[in-house]
Design a protein. Sequence first.
Length: 73
Amino acid sequence: MEELKLHCHGCGGSFSRDELQYRPSGKGAYRRDFYFCPVCNEKEKQKIALSASASSFRKTLPSRPGHLAHKRW
């Protein structure tokens, strides 16, 4: 029986199913199945960690910096 080959979403290389990492994307009816090779999977993990840290940093900043600073009483 022929082994099923899938393509990596990151680099486009052709790999067997057991070599690839499954990572769902989207929610509900818009969910897609993405498969990543080990190298691209590590890159994807780094991108997710970086975007999560940037998001948490933005949440620590005041929502309206300088608000009322220009107002004269």
